[in-house]
Design a protein around this ligand. Structure first.
Ligand SMILES: Cc1ncc(COP(=O)(O)O)c(C=O)c1O
Length: 399
């Protein structure tokens, strides 16, 4: 049986966090140092002030079923935020917006809902490599073929769209873009999104932009897919979907709340699919989510912490600060060995870049030779992390 004849679930690789647990299994972190866990991209900032009073006020909402698409007040708060943030003239809360139970489930479900690889001539789902692993898992389990766009130092970490043959675009149903990117910190600019949307129109595929890190940037606010569509005259956002999340922007990963927005036809299709899978967000949590989309004070406060953390890290480590996200993507000699040593010698948990990518047809893994660290514990820990990783790098060189 070849790989593609296996049950789809068996074609999935183990999730990166499971792999890293195995990589570190049996090793002891340096007991003289406090452990720094920079492995998971989990914001660790204080709970915004408004969360508790809103929860208390709406507690009885737990006795009711919430609507799966998100109640009106939440979809309206999301539409208002999208308008403010991306200068959108129109986005209709009823037909162009859905609530997500965190974007992870929505990013995964989208491929299942929107494409039909088995009975169409468009079997490809395109995605960056390295990538947020959900895109790959979604493509595989939806029965599509994953077309990998290597994002390496040679491409400036951008997913290449120039060198792809027309035949591939013709056979592509859906393109996942991640901007700002986990793990590389690359951010799409207007020219990039314009080229991609021009190709989408020419070859009739969908673009799904994962913009979960849009509010975490070093200097410039990242541009959004919908605002570029609007500038191009695509005011109905045809073929476009975006997803965004309160997990990163509001440091509320446990709330499990995000947004889906864009083309009304895709939203209708997706809403129908979701009426069967049922990812509803409990009502009290929807109230917290609506408040979080309506407040920028806590977001600006969080952003300052991330910027200070990036400064603190790169002041010590040196190198170029990424444009977006709170990840650092660092070149090292042997990433798995480096991760083990960082744990044993420096009590630091990080991820090997190769675990965040997958092998292409030639057996190359675009994450080889990199590690990812998340700056989620504030500037002082970021500086400490940089010192410890630098020690590992210099001892590697000395060997
Ligand atoms: C690129 C990217 N997209 C989406 C998500 C999912 O976030 P959530 O499900 O918390 O909205 C993550 C989480 O780490 C991520 O890194």
């Amino acid at each position: 049986m070849n790989k593609h004849e296996q049950h789809r679930i068996k074609q999935l690789g183990e999730y990166p966090f499971t792999r890293v647990r195995k990589l570190l299994d049996g090793l002891t972190p340096n007991p003289k140092l406090e452990l720094i866990d920079a492995g998971a991209g989990e914001p660790r900032l204080p709970l915004p002030d408004f969360v508790q009073p809103i929860l208390t006020e709406h507690l009885t909402g737990f006795s009711r079923y919430p609507t799966i698409i998100g109640n009106d007040f939440l979809r309206q708060a999301i539409a208002d935020w999208l308008k403010r943030r991306f200068s959108l003239r129109n986005i209709d809360a009823n037909s162009q917006v859905l609530s997500a139970n965190g974007t992870r489930e929505a990013l995964f479900a989208a491929a299942h809902a929107l494409i039909n690889p088995e009975c169409s001539t468009k079997p490809w789902v395109m995605m960056p490599n390295p990538m947020y692993q959900i895109y790959l898992g979604a493509a595989i389990t939806a029965g599509a073929k994953a077309y990998l766009q290597p994002c390496t130092a040679d491409t400036g970490f951008a997913p290449d769209i120039e060198g792809i043959a027309d035949e591939v675009w013709q056979n592509t149903a859906l393109v996942y873009v991640c901007s700002p990117s986990n793990p590389t910190g690359w951010v799409a600019d207007e020219a990039y999104y314009t080229k991609l949307l021009t190709l989408a129109e020419k070859f009739n595929f969908y673009v799904l932009a994962d913009e979960c890190y849009s509010e975490i940037y070093y200097t410039h606010k990242p541009i959004g897919l919908l605002e570029v569509a609007q500038t191009m005259g695509n005011v109905d956002y045809k073929r476009c979907l975006v997803m965004n999340s309160l997990s990163k922007r509001s440091a509320l990963p446990g709330l499990r709340s995000g947004l889906i927005a864009g083309d009304a036809d895709l939203i209708a299709l997706f809403a129908k699919f979701r009426s069967y899978t049922g990812p509803a967000t409990p009502l009290p949590l929807q109230h917290v989510a609506a408040a979080a989309w309506s407040d920028e004070t806590h977001v600006q406060r969080n952003l300052q912490v991330y910027r200070d953390s990036l400064d603190a890290f790169f002041d010590v480590y040196g190198g170029e600060v990424p444009h977006g996200s709170f990840f650092v993507w660092l070149a090292v000699d042997n990433e798995q060995e480096f991760v083990r040593r960082a744990y044993v010698e420096q009590a630091v948990k990080i991820l090997p870049g190769s675990y965040l990518a997958t092998e292409d047809a030639q057996g190359n893994n675009a994450g080889t030779g990199y590690i990812r660290a998340a700056l989620v514990d504030g500037p002082a820990k970021a500086a400490d992390l940089a010192r410890r990783l630098k020690t590992c790098t210099s001892t590697t060189k000395a060997r």
